[in-house]
Design a binder for this molecule. Structure first.
Ligand code: COA
Length: 245
């Protein structure tokens, strides 16, 4: 698959690579990127050859500097601009992808940039990464999941501080509070993400998908129901393994 205006989509063996590719605008998320991501995410979800996907940003300065402000300011109104974005539910699609997603982030990781990273399952940052939610300063609130995904990841108080004060945090702090799994040197970023992706891709894909599903769906359930879900998913893995014997 090729020919995207704002993304590069590649597949190597069983790993998919999605590169946000508007480096001249620090990979800001615009309507075209929304459309392109929607298409790519659908392709990843439906491609059984893809066992893991890595999300990264083009250029030296940013993973993604948030929503495209030029578009935001020229749209008839922020409300209309948002309605356009919501028409295609990229964020719901993101969270429904059965394969593990790894975000490899560097430089500015702002607004939608954090939100894309939070839709991924594992986040690896380079030492130069900076994380922030500038929306409140623009008189809006995040609408691509951050008010929900951030507190579930770093806790309510820390999430509210980032959301309400627009304090940006560096990679070291992001790692300390659990926003990212790991911090590595810039030149090791892709290599580290790839090592992790290859390891995941080497395991039984049904076990991998079911483990992700058990965690993702289970987090929304009371413990007893979560344990039932785990039992069902574990059984499914076992049955599939028996069938292939
Ligand atoms: N939307 C559209 N264009 C953006 C952008 C965004 N969110 N963020 C950066 N750009 C563009 C700049 O306009 C600039 O374009 P130009 O070279 O044509 O002038 C280019 O990317 C480089 O950005 P610049 O501001 O020159 O880089 P910097 O290193 O001085 O500053 C930031 C980097 C991230 C601090 C600054 O670009 C910024 O504050 N961006 C907006 C962040 C934001 O509020 N995002 C919205 C969240 S909802």
């Amino acid at each position: 698959m090729s020919g995207f205006e704002t993304l590069i989509y590649e597949k190597k063996d069983s790993i998919a690579y999605v590169t946000l590719n508007r480096p001249q605008a620090l990979n800001a998320y615009n309507i075209q990127m929304r459309n392109d991501l929607h298409e790519v995410l659908g392709a990843i979800r439906d491609d059984i050859e893809v066992r893991v996907a890595i999300f990264k940003g083009a250029g030296g300065k940013a993973f993604c500097a948030g929503a495209d402000l030029s578009e935001f300011l020229t749209a008839p109104s922020p409300i209309v601009a948002r309605q356009v974005r919501w028409k295609r539910d990229v964020w719901g699609l993101f969270l429904s992808i059965p394969q593990p997603l790894i975000a490899a982030v560097h430089g500015y990781v702002l607004g939608s940039g954090i939100e894309i990273a939070l839709c991924c399952d594992i986040r690896i940052a380079s030492e130069d990464a900076q994380f922030g939610l500038p929306e409140i300063g623009l008189g809006i609130i995040p609408a691509a999941g951050a008010t929900q995904t951030l507190p579930r990841t770093i806790g309510r108080a820390r999430a509210l501080e980032m959301l309400l004060t627009n304090r940006w945090i560096d990679a070291e702090e992001a790692c300390r509070i659990g926003l990212v799994n790991k911090v590595v040197q810039r030149e090791k970023l892709l290599e580290t993400a790839e090592e992790m992706a290859k390891k995941i891709a080497s395991y039984n894909p049904v076990a991998v998908r079911n483990a992700k599903q058990a965690v993702m769906r289970g987090l929304e359930l009371p413990l007893a129901e979560g344990l039932d879900l785990e039992k069902r998913l574990a059984l499914e893995v076992q049955l599939m393994a028996n069938q292939t014997k």
